[in-house]
Structures are given as structure tokens and as C-alpha cells.
Ligand binder design. Structure first.
Ligand code: SF4
Length: 255
């Protein structure tokens, strides 16, 4: 019974991930994909589903799992062992010293999270150029995209989210998010069938208060609008540019 339920969620996850990879042309024949494995549930599920798809996909691609160790994680060795034994992949662990850098460099009046994530991303970009990787896969899922949209809109006055596939600002690195069509619920449920514990993150900043607040609002509104996450995600790919409030948008003035 448990086996059948696991198969059901595995199939759903694979189908949605495969669809996102196809729709955004994330992976092509001969690609080498760095998979960022923080050791949280999302990144473990991402690596698992990509390695399953690798075996079944009509295209041939290489997976390079990478863990950027910040100094805040506890217990990654168990995850590395699981990756080796279950997925038959070696994970590269990079000691980044980020925890130390944050102590020295971050502004005490500001959250260090933006700097932390910039530093981690920087290490991944350097590694991509050293290894000749075609892209870097991150474990963000649909809930992350939708929450980011609300966060940016409500706290920074900007319309934007997290693109399922995009190039870095200098155009050198491609970041892909193959779980973009998967909800947090689906990822979490599937994770519960994998025989592994997520990493413990000892960073004192956790949890992210603003993101948690948005998450609670979305959960609340979802009771009245069950497809809320799907609608917002769809809207992010279906923008009526003429109705936006650009000052230089002369087209809009004619309607
Ligand atoms: S919560 Fe801690 S580990 Fe996470 S992004 Fe912020 S500073 Fe980095």
C-alpha cells in the first residue's frame, strides 16, 4: 500500500518536473547540470527526481550534485552517503566559509540572507565555469515562486518572482528550477517516503518572518480560492503589458 502511494507521488512529481523541463527547455542533449544540494527537503527531492528522469529521458545529460557548505549545516555526511548509496552519485562538498564572512561583513541592522544567498550563488557560478556546466538547478518549487511574487510586490513595490529558467545578469550562467510546477505539498509528501532526514540548519536567523507571514496569508486565502497558487503562477506567465502602470507606456494611454 505504502509502496503504491509512493509510486503515485513519484509519478506526479516526475510528470510535473518533466513538463517544466520541457516547457522551459531546461535540459538538452549533452548538458552538464550542477544540482545545488543544500540538504533540505526540496534539494534532496530535486536531485532524486532528476536522477530518475536521467535514466528515462530521451536526452543524455550529466548530473553534478554540489553542496555549498556555509558552516550552518549539521549532518550533511548522512545525506552525502544516501546520495552515493541510493542515487549512485558523488556529491562535491565546497567549504565556503560563509558563516564566518557573514559574522564579519553583514550589517547588523539588515538581514544577512541576501548576502548569504549572493555568496552561495557566486560559488555555484564559479564552479559552473570551472566545470563547464551548462546550468545550475535549484530546488525552488511553485510555492517559492508565488511567495516571492507577493514578497517583492508587497515589500519592494516591484512585480517579479523567480523565473523557472533564467540567465544571470552577466549572461554567463543559466539557473533552472525544474520543480517550478510542483507545490510544496507535493515535494514534502514525496520526501516523506524517502528514507532520509533533512539537514539541520543552525543559522539563528531562521525562520524568515516575512516569508512565513506571506505563507500564512496564502494558506488562509487558499481556503476560499483553492487554485490560488496555480492561478498566481499562471498569471506570472501571462502579463497584460498594456494594463500595467509604466509611465512611458503610451499604448496604455490609448485605451
Ligand atoms: S537564514 Fe541563515 S543560512 Fe539561511 S539565507 Fe539567511 S543567513 Fe543564510
Amino acid at each position: 500500500m505504502i509502496h503504491n502511494t509512493k509510486r503515485y507521488f513519484e509519478k506526479r512529481l516526475r510528470k510535473k518536473t518533466g513538463a517544466a523541463i520541457h516547457d522551459y527547455r531546461m535540459i538538452e542533449n549533452g548538458d552538464k547540470v550542477i544540482v545545488a544540494v543544500s540538504g533540505g527537503k526540496d534539494s534532496i527531492v530535486l536531485l532524486k527526481v532528476l536522477s530518475d528522469l536521467q535514466r528515462a529521458a530521451p536526452v543524455s545529460f550529466e548530473i553534478l550534485p554540489v553542496h555549498i557548505s556555509t558552516g550552518f549545516e549539521k549532518g550533511f555526511s548522512c545525506i552525502a552517503q544516501w546520495i552515493e548509496e541510493v542515487l549512485h552519485l558523488d556529491v562535491m562538498v565546497i567549504e565556503s566559509g560563509i558563516a564566518e564572512i557573514l559574522k564579519e561583513a553583514s550589517d547588523p541592522d539588515k538581514s544577512p540572507c541576501a548576502l548569504c544567498s549572493r555568496l552561495r550563488r557566486g560559488r555555484l557560478y564559479s564552479l559552473a565555469s570551472e566545470t563547464g556546466a551548462s546550468s545550475i538547478a535549484l530546488g525552488h518549487h511553485m510555492d517559492d515562486v508565488v511567495e516571492t511574487f507577493f514578497l517583492r510586490c508587497l515589500f519592494t513595490g516591484q512585480i517579479g518572482a523567480m523565473a523557472p529558467s533564467r540567465y544571470s545578469n552577466d549572461g554567463k550562467n543559466r539557473v533552472i528550477r525544474p520543480l517550478a510546477y510542483c507545490t510544496n505539498d507535493l515535494v514534502n509528501t514525496y520526501f516523506s517516503f524517502l528514507d532520509i532526514e533533512p539537514i539541520e540548519n543552525t543559522c539563528v536567523i531562521r525562520p524568515d518572518g516575512k516569508r512565513d507571514m506571506i505563507r500564512k496569508y496564502i494558506d488562509m486565502v487558499e481556503k476560499d480560492i483553492p487554485l490560488l497558487r496555480y492561478s498566481v503562477f499562471a498569471a506570472l506567465g501571462n502579463v497584460d503589458m498594456k494594463s500595467m502602470c509604466f509611465k512611458e507606456n503610451t499604448d496604455a494611454n490609448s485605451h
